[in-house]
Write a protein that binds this ligand. Structure first.
Ligand code: CA
Length: 231
């Protein structure tokens, strides 16, 4: 499968130069020219690598880097015209994987991207082997292979959808999902229901897994945004 890369760069000429080089090496490329658009793409699609310019209209590259990192472990490569900016982002510890200063050599950019892609593939490969291992978070243990859940060592019985919802959230810790997103991911096309069913399932899940369902420690409500599985 072709690796896909998101390029967030407001100078279209630079973005297109990057795209052409990556395309030559068999990558699939999406270009966004604003930080806002970049964030939307990064949250809606799955990329193998993200290349960020720092000075962007809307959300700048610093904030974008921070937000993408809070959602995923995807490699982030920063391209910046100013060395001081690179120093700054290093200092901020925003989770970027690499830095390239402009003007850059496109072949160097591609080489670095490839190095990060193979590192990331190894990381995902390792996760895959662990796919069937239990998820243990504080007093909660989720055995995905056996589809069993224990709280403080006691088994709790979940319905199929409750279990799927819990596993989905637990596999994406600390990330906020709207009810709509959860509905689409868990219930998908087969369901004629509405997103209120998400609220109902979250409530039942909390009653089963939370020590104090009215003050949930696992599935938190983020007002106006949705739910977050807090780790
Ligand atoms: Ca720029």
């Amino acid at each position: 499968m072709m690796a896909s890369i998101l390029i967030v760069e407001d100078e279209l000429a630079i973005a297109e130069l990057q795209r052409d080089y990556f395309a030559l090496h068999g990558f699939e490329i999406d270009i966004c020219t604003t930080g806002t658009d970049g964030l939307r793409h990064a949250s809606e699609a799955v990329y193998d690598l993200i290349i960020l310019d720092l000075q962007l209209p809307g959300i700048d590259g610093f904030e974008l880097c921070r937000q993408i990192r809070s959602m995923s472990e995807v490699p982030i490569l920063i391209v910046s015209a100013k060395k001081e900016e690179v120093d700054k982002i290093r200092g901020f510890g925003l989770g970027a994987d690499d830095f390239v200063t402009k003007p850059f050599s496109p072949s160097e950019l591609v080489a670095r991207a490839k190095a990060h892609l193979s590192r990331y593939e190894r990381l995902l490969g390792n996760h895959k082997k662990e796919e069937d291992r239990a998820i243990c978070i504080r007093e909660l243990t989720i055995d995905k292979a056996a589809r069993r859940v224990h709280v403080h060592g006691h088994e709790v019985v979940l319905t199929v959808r409750e279990f799927d919802l819990l596993v989905f959230l637990a596999l994406h810790p600390n990330r906020v999902f709207s009810k709509q997103e959860l509905f689409e991911r868990i219930w998908g096309m087969e369901s004629m229901g509405d997103i209120a069913t998400v609220t109902v399932h979250v409530r039942r899940l909390r009653e089963k897994i939370e020590t104090a369902p009215s003050n949930p420690q696992f599935i938190e409500t983020i007002w106006g945004a949705g739910y977050r599985f807090t780790v």
